[in-house]
Design a protein around this ligand. Sequence first.
Ligand SMILES: Nc1ncnc2c1ncn2[C@@H]1O[C@H](COP(=O)(O)OP(=O)(O)OP(=O)(O)O)[C@@H](O)[C@H]1O
Ligand SMILES: [Mg+2]
Length: 506
Amino acid sequence: MTEAAFQLSGIVQTFPGVRALDGADLMVRPGEVHGLVGENGAGKSTIIKVLAGVYQPAEGRIEVGGSTISPATPEKIRDAGVRFIHQELHLVPYFTVAESVFMGQEISGPFGLCKREMRSRAEAFLREELGSELPGNRLIRDLSPAERKLVQVARALVDGAAKVVVFDEPTAPLASEEVLKIMTAIAKLKTRGIAILYVSHYLNEIVDICDRVTVFRQGKNVAIFDEITTDTGPALVSAMIGRDLDAFFPTSSRSAGEVALRLEHFDDGQAFSDVNLDIRRGEIFGIAGLIGSGREELIDALYGLRKSQGTLTLDGATVDTKTAAKAVANGMVLVPRDRRHDGLVLPMTVAENATLATLDENATFGLIDRGKARQVTEALIKDLDIRPSNAQAVTRFLSGGNQQKVVLARWLAKSAKVFIFDEPTVGVDVGAKAEIYQLIENLASEGAIILISSSDPVELVGTCDRVAVMMRGDVRTIIEKQDLNVDHLVAVTTGATSVSETEHAS
Ligand SMILES: Nc1ncnc2c1ncn2[C@@H]1O[C@H](COP(=O)(O)OP(=O)(O)OP(=O)(O)O)[C@@H](O)[C@H]1O
Ligand SMILES: [Mg+2]
């Protein structure tokens, strides 16, 4: 058995009223990709912060490369060769790739900064170690999300001293085609004997790339999988949630009504042109498309975040989408993709955040009906399994995924004719995903019109009645329910199958 690259044993970390880690163990070997999975709030981010020296745990031991580090401070951990690829990006948009890679570790000579050397070393590192041909003079703001992630990785590793690399949900903001770039980079690190800890809610990625997986539940490691096969997925899920998940996607006996929402000639003069869609009452309609397909920009235009031409009609009446506020006033609810930044008031309680959008519905003559607001919040906390299940908890202290659920709760509590969901389940664990899909299904059964924009083909196939596939700014095709399956959707979205081929086939 190989010696551990790092080992955390018996870690106890408490916050006021919460035992976030309750005697947790985690051991990762050199040259392995080790998955860390668990429900929202299980303690994954907390143990990473303990390893990083951000928190000083009440109990437990931290060893890196066979020596105990006590107390662990960020400097000592860095000196021991542990590097972190945090979920948030800390890159400056107008820096170049080379400047970003060497930010804080610039190379300088007698005549100042060695710009040319930094550029060639950044390019060489990206090419040789991460398998990416990114030019060193490109600006960060012109890069795709995956390319930015790669720059972040290069920055953490370019000094050549990394022995352990921790990735906290690196693929959450990426489209499926881009995930491959990160996977290639991880495979390269592994061949150099670097130990990798990989946190993700995408269990398919975990099964694909991990050699071993540790499962956390309620602050403890409850299972370690030493061998990963294609059958490991369901076993991981039951270990995570402590029970079998009977139905992931809801079954539906809905039948959609007449066309009620119509997009005509939507065009922003840049990312998409002449988009036309007819969506029925009670229908769940999906939009698929890679980064650059125009999907995200189209949704932004519907939210009033992006200027565009085009007419939106709801039940025959034109809807002004110039601003999100106007759209909401017209009976549309827009659930943004970047929920943690758009719309959470971190110092407020869960109840206050969850009822922000419905203040008017819970108020009579301007007075908020607190009893009603509390009822609504409590029902949503239960449905979405928000933890802690305390309406008075301060939102800042919830785990990342639970914060996502609070914002989702806010919008689900609103009565509206149209719900537009942008990446409804990013960062949310499997159990909660199933609940969210059921809530969406319920809204549709009650006659709402649902639009889901998603980079996850499994999600689209599992929930939607029809899916429009965008590519290079156009709607290339609309896949009907009977033809919807993951392989076909991925093939059409990535252009592996051209639409005309499929039309010939069917
Ligand atoms: N600074 C803090 N103050 C109070 N409670 C905290 C703090 N940080 C985390 N917690 C609590 O500790 C528990 C573990 O949170 P953690 O962020 O580690 O979860 P996680 O496994 O990363 O979940 P997710 O998948 O949602 O990101 C949660 O109950 C959370 O509310
Ligand atoms: Mg987390």
